[in-house]
Design a protein around this ligand. Structure first.
Ligand SMILES: Nc1nc2c(c(=O)[nH]1)N(C=O)[C@@H](CNc1ccc(C(=O)N[C@@H](CCC(=O)O)C(=O)O)cc1)CN2
Ligand SMILES: Nc1nc2c(ncn2[C@@H]2O[C@H](COP(=O)(O)OP(=O)(O)OP(=O)(O)O)[C@@H](O)[C@H]2O)c(=O)[nH]1
Ligand SMILES: [Mg+2]
Length: 427
């Protein structure tokens, strides 16, 4: 295994910057720069270059092989977080022949290869590093702490138990089979299949939590869509004017809506337009609104009953401050009705986020689905009066193998590249 190094913290001015060195040569190289390593895993050391010049005074942490995040020997240099300190220490490390700069995600890759994390935990860790909202953090933590691995182990135990029952029967001559194992095999597999199905059904919700929800604001020109967007964004993201047809492109604003990641979309006012450019904008507005998770319709009091409200639609009177106080609605100008609107949006989204479990990626859904197919084939063979039980057991073996791909125990080399490419250098 190579010895790698990288800045683990963000580049740029900060209180402290951490450079991590991991691999068999980590201690030796670090000792060269610090004179000696702390005996009890932590100590203050002067960091020098090969010419003996002082570069910085650092808190040095050492982790023995098998007792670190990566599983390899690790030394961390906690430096003063200036660009100049970071640059000069990184340059010094680049000149050490035993070291090379880590690739994106390579520390985590070492952790995977050293059995410190399984593949689903790596995926959870990737999501945790990317998490911007509370819902994303919670979901990532569930997976990073090994939730999917634990469930997969439970399902595997069920499959292996069913397999053992079938094999016991296979080993007996037909006439002296002691008991009919079919009911127990069937019950075990059915229970397991249902649990797997629940996780599969949660993947769509989990993906929305990870990638974010889209909320489109739509309505006729001048209804106050852009004003509302700017109010929610807290900045002048969209142009506002009293000219109908001001907004043409779809304007996207990322926000944290009560812990849920949301992209708000401001769209062109909907009307019959003879202006070719505006017409393109309107077509885009319709298309994005169609795909959105929630559509906020801003309407006039006269229009309020003309919009048919589906589960994705929220209808409100726009610019409501212009009407008698008895008419409730929303106003981006005064902020009236905004809290209530946000609650309505977050209620709709929360119900869509429901059901997310520890299977959080399409990769997980596919593996579960293949696993369930093997179990169903097994069940169908077992239900025949003279089914070939050896074939049924073979299906379960394949099912177990499929579950192993969830945590990366079998041939997953091809998906590793994809997962690690989303990491940053230093993780
Ligand atoms: N400074 C620092 N902070 C960090 C990390 C790190 O690598 N370095 N982490 C990385 O992303 C996260 C924590 N993850 C870690 C997981 C295991 C070990 C580790 O060395 N475990 C040893 C026990 C160490 C001890 O108890 O002192 C072990 O399990 O044997 C360290 C960090 C977040 N904070
Ligand atoms: N009184 C009042 N005026 C508003 C409100 N929101 C917007 N306006 C005014 O209405 C006009 C149109 O506002 P916009 O936010 O640009 O409307 P829009 O729906 O984005 O319009 P298009 O982009 O043309 O579709 C501007 O003159 C705003 O100042 C509101 O809540 N109350
Ligand atoms: Mg607008």
């Amino acid at each position: 295994m190579d010895t790698i190094y990288a800045l683990a913290t963000a580049r740029g001015r900060a209180g402290v910057a951490v450079i991590r060195i991991s691999g068999p040569a980590a201690r030796m190289v670090a000792e060269r720069l610090t004179g000696s390593l702390p005996e009890h895993g932590r100590g203050l050391r002067v960091v020098r270059n090969m010419a003996g010049e002082v570069l910085d005074e650092a808190l040095v942490l050492t982790f023995a092989k098998g007792r670190s995040f990566t599983g390899a020997g690790v030394v961390e240099l906690h430096l003063h977080g200036s660009r100049a300190v970071i640059d000069v220490v990184l340059r010094e490390l680049s000149e050490q022949p035993e070291l090379r700069l880590a690739q994106a995600g390579e520390f985590t890759r070492q952790a995977l290869e050293n059995g410190r994390l399984d593949l689903s935990q790596v995926e959870g860790l990737a999501d945790l590093v990317d998490a911007e909202t509370e819902a994303q953090r919670r979901q990532a933590m569930r997976v990073m702490s090994g939730g999917l691995g634990r469930k997969a182990d439970q399902w595997k135990r069920d499959l292996l138990r069913a397999m053992a029952l079938l094999e016991a029967v296979i080993d007996f001559a037909e006439e002296d089979v002691p008991v009919d194992v079919t009911p127990e095999v069937t019950a075990t597999l059915e229970r397991c299949r249902q649990a797997m199905q629940v996780e599969m059904d949660g993947v769509v919700a989990a993906e929305r939590i990870r990638d974010g929800f889209e909320v489109a604001i739509i309505g006729a020109p001048n209804m106050g869509k852009s004003t509302l967007l700017n109010h929610l964004a807290g900045r002048e993201a969209a142009i506002i004017s009293d000219v109908p047809g001001t907004t043409r492109d779809v304007i996207e604003v990322r926000m944290d809506l009560r812990g849920l990641p949301v992209t708000l979309l401001d769209t062109a006012g909907l009307r019959e337009s003879t202006d070719a450019v505006e017409a393109i904008g309107i077509a885009r507005a319709r298309e994005r609104a169609q795909q959105a998770d929630v559509r906020v319709h801003l309407v006039t009091p006269e229009e309020i009953d003309t919009v048919t409200e589906g589960p994705k639609d929220i209808v409100r009177i726009g610019r409501c401050d212009r009407y008698s106080p008895g008419l409730s609605g929303v106003s981006g100008l005064t902020g009236a009705g905004v809290d209530e609107l946000l609650s309505a949006i977050s209620d709709r989204l929360s119900s869509r986020a429901l059901g997310a479990g520890v299977a959080i990626r399409e990769r997980h859904r596919e593996a579960l689905s293949v696993g369930v197919e093997h179990m169903e084939r097994c069940l169908s063979i077992v239900s025949e009066s003279h089914g070939a039980l050896d074939l049924a057991a073979e299906e379960l073996r394949l099912g177990v193998r499929t579950l192993d791909t969830l945590v990366g125990r079998v041939d997953v080399e091809d998906i590793l590249g994809e997962i690690f490419s989303s990491f940053c250098i230093g993780k």
